[in-house]
Ligand binder design. Structure first.
Ligand SMILES: Nc1nc2c(c(=O)[nH]1)N[C@H]1C(S)=C(S)[C@@H](COP(=O)(O)O)O[C@H]1N2
Ligand SMILES: [Mo]
Length: 232
């Protein structure tokens, strides 16, 4: 099977991200609560009502910008386009041209994609992975799954989705440089970052994979240990 340019398959699917977020975990990973906001007529809180939309399952490959890929992951959840058409447009009503969409995680992470890219049928808000609830490592209680875009656009622990008319409403998480954040980040075109070609970035990013995997796993273990002592 042919992988996208510069990617290598991994056997596992590690917990991963930008270093700053390794130590941050959601307070309520069992309860979905997403605020719809931005340039909209009304803010809206989406909770149980997601479950009134048709549940969909999909198997897709997951590609991190640092060059590792986890193949054939089975996600379950709701199509972003269904959420947009049936909840957001009917009840929150984005203003015309509010097509810059910002996703925020409870850990303070955020990223942004254009509405056109999000309305593709393979873009989901997922609450399950490979037959189980997402878990802390993969974004409980709800995450974005946009397989055509690098992992860093697939925000975990979702708490807000904002629709803006102006890109300036968004900034990639401090202190990480904007060059790490391509506006579309399409895997097929190796849009790893801005200004620096993907084929160069892949060489640099590849170096940080082992440390990041180790660091994120270690942080999760420490978090689990602290949870089990505090609940005793
Ligand atoms: N909330 C949140 N979402 C996030 C991140 C993060 O640190 N926090 N990291 C991103 C990056 S860089 C990647 S590669 C994927 C990793 O997803 P995984 O931990 O399920 O492998 O999550 C993305 N979404
Ligand atoms: Mo990533």
């Amino acid at each position: 099977m042919e992988l996208p340019p510069g990617q290598r398959a991994r056997r596992d699917f590690p917990r991963f991200g930008l270093g700053k977020f390794a130590l941050r975990f959601p307070a309520t990973p069992e309860r979905i609560r997403v605020r719809i906001a931005g340039d909209v007529e009304r803010e809206l809180i989406v909770e149980d009502r997601l479950a009134t939309l048709p549940r969909v399952d999909q198997t897709s490959d997951f590609h991190c910008v640092t060059t590792w890929s986890a193949l054939e992951q089975n996600w379950s959840g709701w199509r972003f386009s269904d959420v947009y058409d049936q909840l957001v447009c009917r009840e929150s009503v984005p203003l015309s041209g509010a097509e810059v969409v910002v996703f925020r995680g409870e850990d303070g992470y955020c990223s942004c994609l254009m509405l056109d890219d999000l309305l593709k049928p393979d873009v989901m808000l997922a609450d399950r992975l490979n037959g189980q609830s997402l878990g802390l490592e993969h974004g409980a209680p709800l995450r974005l799954v946009a397989p055509a875009h690098y992992g860093y656009k697939n925000v975990k622990h979702l708490v807000a989705i904002e629709f803006w008319r102006d890109r300036r409403a968004y900034r990639f998480p401090f202190p990480y440089p904007a060059l790490m954040d391509h506006p579309r980040a399409r895997v097929a075109f190796e849009e790893r970052g801005r200004w620096i070609p993907g084929a160069i970035l892949r060489r640099l990013y590849r170096l940080i994979v082992p440390f990041t995997v180790w660091n994120f796993a270690r942080a999760l273990e420490a978090h689990r240990r602290s949870q089990s002592t505090s609940s005793r």
